[in-house]
Design a protein around this ligand. Structure first.
Ligand SMILES: NC(=O)c1ccc[n+]([C@@H]2O[C@H](COP(=O)([O-])OP(=O)(O)OC[C@H]3O[C@@H](n4cnc5c(N)ncnc54)[C@H](O)[C@@H]3O)[C@@H](O)[C@H]2O)c1
Length: 363
């Protein structure tokens, strides 16, 4: 498509005003690149609650009502339940709006293609936002690795422990659509939260040529299976290998302002290593990034390691991008399909007993 950058504030709408709106909206506050003109959610309670943030914005129960109104909109922040992503995005693009979508993009390649086709047919942009790529400790990790400080990369390790105690309240309605996703084989740890971890792997070290997965499950309440313990390993085109272990610790208390994940990224080079010690949660009082080289440990204590800031910066990146059209979108719809393929290759491998699967070959 030929995109003409905006030379005035973008007129934006939020579609979906649930839990994650609290973080996404931070990009829009005091941002001269944007004017929030509409809020859309079928819940009257949510509309009334969010109206307080944007007293000038008009509220609508559906996107169709907004589209039929006299309000003009350029771009939407799509914060819909994941099972609604495909139909929702096709509808939003069809109204002629650029779309910034939450992860996971969708559940399978056919749905992804429908979204990409809708973007092309309507000559509109589809971005699948990836806030982890804007988390300052991870950005500093990437810069450290690329500086050569720890030597050539030998390999790396991601770790996630999902804990059941601490953090903010998540409404039961959010769990309901998560349960639907689980029943479709798209679990909350590997696919939903995992989307971010897979995205960081591609962002750090590029395309992936082979994935080996072992996806487990644990029943937490009767009828609800969480997709852990799980181990995934992979090799990039460059030959660098990564491994990610996912563990469930339902009784572990973790201090967090948001979700209660204990997360790590550790890149080992030929002469040192660099490790991000946390992201979403704040459980362990370590510096968010540590770099070890030649017997010395450097600890970063002043990075912006509030996970919410990654939403703010990802959203600002999008709103600025709409004024320039320059540089990576992080991610475009097409790039997000690579993350989807990584997840699908994990499932295909696990189902086949852990054999190596090339993500470009999954159907
Ligand atoms: N980036 C991250 O780290 C992160 C974290 C949490 C959630 N998410 C993603 O954000 C999205 C929303 O998650 P959430 O936790 O806010 O869910 P939620 O259930 O709290 O909120 C969803 C909201 O959408 C509204 N809604 C339902 N149907 C709608 C429709 N047709 N039109 C407009 N609004 C509609 C609901 O009433 C609800 O208010 C999901 O895709 C989820 O995966 C991303």
């Amino acid at each position: 498509m030929i995109f003409t950058p905006f030379d005035r504030p973008v007129r934006a709408a939020f579609v979906g005003l649930g839990r994650i709106y609290d973080l996404n909206m931070r990009a829009y506050v005091d941002n001269p690149d944007v004017e929030v003109v509409a809020l859309v959610d079928p819940s009257e309670e949510r509309r009334a609650q969010r109206q307080a943030d944007w007293p000038e914005a008009r509220t609508f129960a559906t996107a169709a009502e907004l589209a039929a109104s006299d309000l003009s909109v350029d771009a939407v922040e799509a914060l819909l339940p994941a099972p609604l992503h495909t139909d929702g995005v096709v509808e939003l693009l069809g109204y002629g709006w650029h779309v910034n979508l939450q992860k996971p993009m969708c559940n399978d390649l056919a749905d992804a293609q429908r979204m990409l086709d809708a973007a092309a047919a309507n000559d509109r942009l589809l971005r699948v936002m990836e806030n982890y790529l804007f988390y300052e400790p991870l950005r500093k990790l990437k810069a450290t690795v690329e500086s050569g400080e720890i030597g050539d990369v030998s390999g790396y390790h991601l770790k996630m422990v999902a804990s059941g105690r601490g953090g903010w309240d998540v409404p039961m309605s959010s769990y309901e659509w998560q349960f639907q996703q689980m029943q479709r084989g798209r679990g909350i740890l590997v696919f939903d939260d995992g989307w971010h971890k897979l995205a960081t792997a591609i962002w750090l070290f590029g395309p992936i040529k082979e994935v080996r997965g072992w996806v487990g499950e644990t029943e937490v309440v009767p009828g609800v299976q969480i997709d852990a313990p799980t181990t995934i390993s992979w090799e990039h085109d460059s030959g660098i290998r990564g491994v990610w272990d996912i563990t469930l610790a339902p009784d572990l208390y973790l201090r967090s302002d948001y979700y209660t994940n204990d997360e790590r990224w550790e890149v080992t080079g030929r002469k040192g290593y660099a490790r991000v010690n946390r992201c979403t949660g704040r459980g362990i009082q370590q510096p968010s990034l540590e770099v070890y080289v030649d017997g010395e440990m450097r600890a970063y204590h002043a990075l912006d390691d509030d996970w919410a800031s990654s939403f703010r910066d990802s959203g600002r990146h999008w709103l600025r991008w709409l004024h320039t059209g320059n540089g990576p979108m992080l991610w475009s719809g097409e790039e997000a399909v690579d993350v989807l393929r990584f997840a699908l290759a994990t499932y295909a491998s696990s189902e086949a007993g852990g054999v190596g699967v090339d993500p470009s070959q999954v159907t």
